[in-house]
Ligand binder design. Structure first.
Ligand SMILES: Cc1cc2nc3c(=O)[nH]c(=O)nc-3n(C[C@H](O)[C@H](O)[C@H](O)COP(=O)(O)OP(=O)(O)OC[C@H]3O[C@@H](n4cnc5c(N)ncnc54)[C@H](O)[C@@H]3O)c2cc1C
Length: 305
């Protein structure tokens, strides 16, 4: 294992913000993962798990911890299941599946990050979520040092949530997917279409962590306001955090180099030299305004270390 010290984390995140990790290791297998956790425990060093760094805000001063990046690779098809290592880039998986004539993933094309990160947060877009195609998930339980398989019901998937989010001692190492068959050419077109939709909506290739806040469940009167304004139904009693922020006048709001996107207010963008402190101030300002306007407490979707 190649444990390095004082490794800058900003380049390992899509925000491009934050200081160094006191210790850093990239693991390529469950054995390496186990070894890294054992070493950290022996030295009493906390561990922070990192995937593609696309949903995380690292503090400016960095972290006094071992940052462990799950970089386990491999995709294998057999017994009707596609088994994929947690460190695979989600887009690689989506493209691979399309070429193999396996559907069910095309709406997720373009979501940055790894498969492990996507499963932990039940990533989704355009009405699909990764849970739709999960058969089971293999984890390394850092409290017992053993691997365990979680059936889909045991994963307790919900909107941007799973048991792995509630119980961070579970590190996802492999995911088994049950994917419907499709025509490769059509699936490849669908993948390209999803990415171009994301580009049109300015939610692709930006220095951001994606949606900063979760879409909250709100009272019926606010749901109706949203439905009237947008002409679409609210889902499961939720309205987009970005819409609430728009109503509160936050579109384009700026603290230093951190900006609430003028195209998609719930995406905070690093315009060049934003600091974590600026992003946190922008988030606090947004929370305060939405609370004042609607009495709603926004909750972070992005992981703020
Ligand atoms: C431009 C942009 C657009 C985005 N669009 C979307 C979107 O449309 N839909 C959507 O859902 N999200 C979106 N996101 C957010 C983000 O891409 C997803 O949340 C993604 O799934 C995070 O994966 P990651 O590997 O980057 O996780 P990271 O950011 O590295 O980590 C996030 C959390 O997951 C944990 N984690 C990572 N890997 C593992 C693992 N193997 N086991 C256990 N825990 C793990 C980390 O400890 C951390 O707590 C967007 C982000 C950006 C920057």
């Amino acid at each position: 294992m190649d444990v390095r010290t004082e490794v800058p984390l900003a380049p390992l995140t899509t925000f491009g913000i934050g200081g160094p990790a006191a210790f850093f290791v990239r693991t390529r297998s469950t054995d390496e993962l186990a070894e890294a956790f054992a070493a950290a425990q022996a030295e009493d060093v906390p561990v922070i798990v990192l995937g593609g760094g696309s949903n995380i805000l690292v503090p400016d001063e960095g972290v006094n911890a071992l940052v462990l990046q799950v970089a386990h690779k491999g995709i294998d098809f057999g017994h009707e299941l596609l088994r994929v290592a947690a460190g695979e880039v989600l887009l690689n998986l989506v493209q691979y599946a399309a070429v193999q004539g396996l559907g069910g993933l095309t709406n997720l094309a373009g979501i940055p990050g790894t498969v492990g990160g996507a499963v932990r947060g039940n990533a989704g877009a355009f009405g699909s979520e990764i849970q739709d195609v999960i058969a089971f998930v293999t984890v390394f339980d850092t409290t017992t040092g053993y691997q365990k398989i979680y059936s889909k019901p045991e994963c307790m998937f919900a909107y941007r949530s799973s048991v792995f989010k509630q119980e961070p001692h579970l590190v996802i190492t492999e995911v088994a997917l049950a994917l419907p068959a499709g025509a490769p050419a059509e699936l490849e077109v669908a993948v390209a279409h999803t990415i171009s939709e994301r580009e049109k909506r300015h939610i692709q290739d930006i220095k951001s962590a994606g949606s900063f806040f979760k879409n909250p469940v709100v009272e019926e009167d606010i749901q109706h306001l949203f439905e009237k304004d947008k002409g679409v139904k609210s889902k499961e009693g939720r309205v987009p955090a970005g819409w609430l922020m728009d109503q509160a006048g936050l579109r384009g709001a700026r603290v230093g180099d951190a900006v609430a996107s003028p195209y998609h207010t719930n995406y905070f963008i690093n315009m060049g030299n934003a600091t974590a402190q600026e992003v946190k101030q922008l988030a606090a300002f947004a929370k305060e305004k939405v609370k004042k306007e609607f009495g709603i407490e926004l909750e972070e979707e992005a992981v703020v270390l």
